[in-house]
Design a protein around this ligand. Structure first.
Ligand SMILES: C[S@@+](CC[C@H](N)C(=O)[O-])C[C@H]1O[C@@H](n2cnc3c(N)ncnc32)[C@H](O)[C@@H]1O
Length: 190
């Protein structure tokens, strides 16, 4: 049967912590797969902030996950490093989950990739926006050009997070050094 994929594990960790009506973040909406999953979890009374730097990704996400005024999806054409400025006051400190799926948009310009400095800034912002018990997931791609440096930077950041801030976990197929892996942070419950 095999273990859950890293993407499947990220979704499982999120699903266990998110309820209808919650506010959540997709930090790299890309093809809209995670945004759709999040929109279905939070339902019409919730909010999904979906960030991407590429119009193409926002269009794909709108197509896959919806984007009508009645739905929960809020598409934001900006770097996730700026997420703090886009989250409504009412949702600050109340975000139930933030998903990062790093790297490039499949089928688009592979030169447009997530970068260590903005990724780390965004991860810091996401943890600050979480509610106690909320989760950040980050899928890392050490096999992509530029991906190893970013994966190493995120791993070092997670390992150095104070335990008083939360728990950091690693989900990785240890026989495959190039395979994608998952880091998740659960914010400490009060
Ligand atoms: C692997 S894809 C995401 C896949 C997506 N989660 C899905 O479910 O289909 C990575 C995305 O990150 C986006 N990206 C790159 N730099 C970014 C940044 N600074 N802020 C937000 N998104 C960024 C890329 O444009 C790309 O669409």
């Amino acid at each position: 049967m095999g273990f859950l994929s890293v993407l499947g594990m990220a979704q499982r960790l999120v699903k266990e912590r998110v309820s209808a009506g919650d506010a959540v973040i997709d930090a790299t909406c890309g093809n809209g797969v995670d945004a759709r999953f999040l929109a279905e979890l939070v339902g019409p009374r919730g909010a999904v902030y979906a960030f991407d730097v590429q119009e193409e990704a926002l269009a794909r996400t709108r197509e896959r996950a919806g984007g009508d005024a009645a739905g929960p999806l809020l598409l934001v054409h900006a770097s996730h490093a700026e997420m703090d400025g886009h989250v409504a006051e009412a949702h600050r400190g109340r975000i139930a989950a933030a998903m990062f799926n790093l790297g490039y948009l499949p089928g688009a310009d592979q030169a447009v990739i997530t970068e260590p400095a903005s990724t780390l800034a965004a991860l810091e912002a996401a943890v600050a926006l979480l509610r106690p018990g909320g989760v950040v997931t980050a899928v890392l791609y050490p096999g992509h050009p530029g991906g190893r440096e970013e994966a190493d930077a995120v791993s070092a950041w997670a390992a150095s997070l104070p335990q008083a801030a939360g728990q950091a976990m690693l989900y990785r197929m240890v026989q495959k050094a190039e395979a994608p892996y998952l880091i998740a942070i659960e914010k400490r419950k009060a």
